[in-house]
Design a binder for this molecule. Structure first.
Ligand code: SF4
Ligand code: SF4
Length: 135
């Protein structure tokens, strides 16, 4: 058995290998997808490293600061459970002590990022924003 980073199923490996003979063509749709992903994963992008933790207000920063990404890149329903809602609600108790911000190795304004993610989360939860067909 040979573990290969980034591959979870044999079908994915088969697909990768098939591109040796049939390289994928860069269509306008693929270019648009790449551009969208570049925008989404640059700038204010929380890497889930947890160096900013712990939070004195009990906020699970590494989860909550990237919620907008998870809503759009992972199964949305799993992010909207009562448990996840409770985790996100803790952002309301942020003390704005900036301890997290001072420890983030990526220079993120973590409290502001949390607030933005929470606002987006509430809009998704209320149905104001539909992320189901995002990917
Ligand atoms: S600024 Fe808010 S999120 Fe950051 S450590 Fe302080 S209480 Fe926690
Ligand atoms: S806010 Fe910064 S330190 Fe905290 S998990 Fe995200 S990237 Fe890591």
């Amino acid at each position: 058995m040979l573990p290969i980073w980034g591959i979870q199923q044999e079908a994915e490996l088969d697909e990768f290998i098939s591109y040796i003979e049939n390289p994928p063509m860069k269509t306008p749709e693929i270019e648009a997808m790449i551009e969208r992903d570049k925008n989404m994963l640059s700038g204010e992008f929380c890497r889930d490293c947890s160096y900013c933790m712990p939070c004195p207000a009990g906020i699970e920063i590494n989860t909550c600061a990237r919620m907008s990404l998870m809503l759009r890149c992972a199964p949305t329903d799993k992010q909207l459970t009562p448990e996840m809602q409770a985790k996100m609600k803790k952002i309301e108790g942020c003390l704005h002590c900036n301890k997290c911000k001072s420890k983030c190795p990526y220079g993120l304004d973590t409290p502001t990022l949390l607030a933005k993610n929470y606002e987006d989360y509430k809009r998704v939860l209320s149905g104001e924003i539909d992320v189901r067909n995002y990917t």
